[in-house]
Design a protein around this ligand. Sequence first.
Ligand code: TEU
Ligand code: CA
Length: 561
Amino acid sequence: MSCQKSHAPAPAEAPERLEHWWHRATGYQIYPRSFADSNGDGVGDIPGIIGKLVHLADLGVGFIWLSPIYASPMVDNGYDISDYRAIAPEYGTLADLDRLISEARDLGIGIVMDLVVNHSSSLHAWFKAARASRDAPEHGYYIWREAAPGGGPPDDQEAVFGGPAWTWVEEVQRYYFHYFSPAQPDLNWQNPALRAEVHDMMRWWLDRGIAGFRMDVISLIGKDIDQRIYEEGPDLHPFLQEMHREVIAGREIVTIGESWSVSPETGLLYCAQERKELDMVFEFSHIREGWHPELGKFAPKPFDLVGFKRALFEWQELTRHEGWNALFLTNHDLPRQVSFYADDGKHRRNSARMLATVLHMLKGTPFIYQGEEIGMTNARFERIDQYRDLETLNHFEDQIARGVAPEEFIAGANRNSRDNARTPMQWDAGHGAGFSTGTPWIEVNSNADQINVAQDRSDPESIFAHYRHLVRLRRELDVIAFGETEPLLPDSSAIMAFQRRLGSARVLVLANFTANRQAVCLPLDTCGEGRCLVSSHRARRRIDPDLEMAPFESFAVLFDS
Ligand code: TEU
Ligand code: CA
C-alpha cells in the first residue's frame, strides 16, 4: 500500500545547482519490436507506441528512450542502422515518428532517440561505397587493415558477438574491423568528415523536436585498435567535447551515454557539468557484479547483495556534488529484474515493488524498462530455437563447440540472455498478450495470462500504482531529487538500507532482499517519528532501532525536523 503523499519540504539553503528538467524526470525505455503491434504482422511499431501513450502518461514518465527505429536489416534488431534518417518500414514512417513526437509532447513526454554511431550496418550507403573502392571518400569512414603478411586477418582480435573482429572485402583487398558482428562495421571516428556527418545527422533529429539521445556504446568511439584499447580510448573525451560544441550546446536536451567500462575513476570525465560532454552515463558495475568473473554472463552466479550495494553506493558518492547518475536495473540487454535480483514466483509483486523502491529512492534519473512496471519475468525458454538474439545464438554455437552441454547453456541463458527482456509486452490475457493479433516475432512469455497490464491495474496494490507513486515523489520532493545519499548497514547480505538528506529533510529507505523475515538493527540517529512516503506492507511511521521486516518488504519514511 502506498502511504499518504507528503508535500515538499522547503530547502534549507538556496540550491547552487543548475536545475534541468531531467533531474526530476523518470525515463521509460521502449524496445519497439516488442512493445505494441498495430497491424498484426507480429512486430511492434510506432503507431502501436502512439496507441499506448496514455499508459505512459498515467505512469508519469518525463521521457521515452526509444531503442532504434531506423532503417536496418535487423541483424541486431536495429542496432545496425542502414539509414540514420529513415524509419524501418516495419516500424512505420517518418510521419508516424513526427506524430509520436508531437503527441508525446502534448502529454509532457519527450522522445529520446538511440544514437548508434560506434558502427553502422554493413548495408549503409557509406559502407557500400566504402567496400566498393579504396578511393571512395566513404572508405575512410570505416577501419581497414591489410591482410597479415602470410594472408589471413591482420591479427587475432575477436568480436563481442563471436568470431574474428575482421572481415575480408574482396573488392578492396582489405579487412574491415567490427567490434560486434560482421554486419556492424565500426565507424572511423578519426575521420573528421565522418564526425561532421554524425553531427549533422544529430542536429537534423534535434530540429525535429526530439528531447535528446541515448548514445549506444559511446565509450568505444575513441578506440585505438592497434593498441587494443577499445573502451575509453585516448580520443573519447575530445570527441565528446567536440560533439557538445557542435550539436548539444544551447539546447535543453538530455544526453545519456552507455559505457561498459566507466568506473568511479573515470565517471566524472563524462558527466561533470563544466566539462561539457554528457549529462549522465549508464554504468554497469552493479550489473557486472552479477556475472561470473571468468565465465561471463552465461555462467550463472548467485546474486551478492553486498557487492551490488557497494557498486551502487560508490556512484552515489561520486555524484554527491558533481555529475549525475542514470539509475537502472534492467534494459533490453539484461534479464528481468524480479527474476535476477529477487523472486519471480510467490513473492513477485513485493519483489517488484521492493526493487522499484530501492532504485527510485536513489539520486539520479531512474529508467523503467517496458514491462518492469507490471513485474514481467524472464522468458524461461527450453530450447535454443526459441531464442532470437544473435549474441545468445552465437555464444550457444561457440560453447557447444567447446563441450558445454546444451541444457547447461540454456540454464545460463534463462538467467541472463538478452531475450529475457525482449519477449512481447504483456498488455492483457488475450491472444498474443494483447501485443499482436498475429504471430509475435518472439514467443510471448507463458505467464502472460496471469501477468499483464490489465490484471495488474485491476489490483489496488498494483506494481504499476507503486511505480506511479515513486515517479511522482521524485517530482515533488527535493530531498529525493537532490539529497545526498548515505549508505547504512553496508555489510548486510539481506537488507539494503540508506538515507537521503537535504537541508532539514531526511528520508530513510529500507528493503529486504530475501524471502525470510529479517530482524534489522538501525543506528539510533536514524530512528524517530516520520511520515511514510511509500511502503509495500503496512505504513511505517515510527521507526525504532530494532525492527522486523517481512519477506521482500520495502519502505521509505520522511523525517523533517
Ligand atoms: O550494447 C553494448 C554492449 O556492449 C552489449 O553488446 C553488451 O556487451 C551485451 O549486451 C552484454 O550482453 C549496446 C546495445 O545496448 C546492444 O543492444 C547492441 O547489441 C550493442 O550495443 C551493439 O550496438
Ligand atoms: Ca507491426
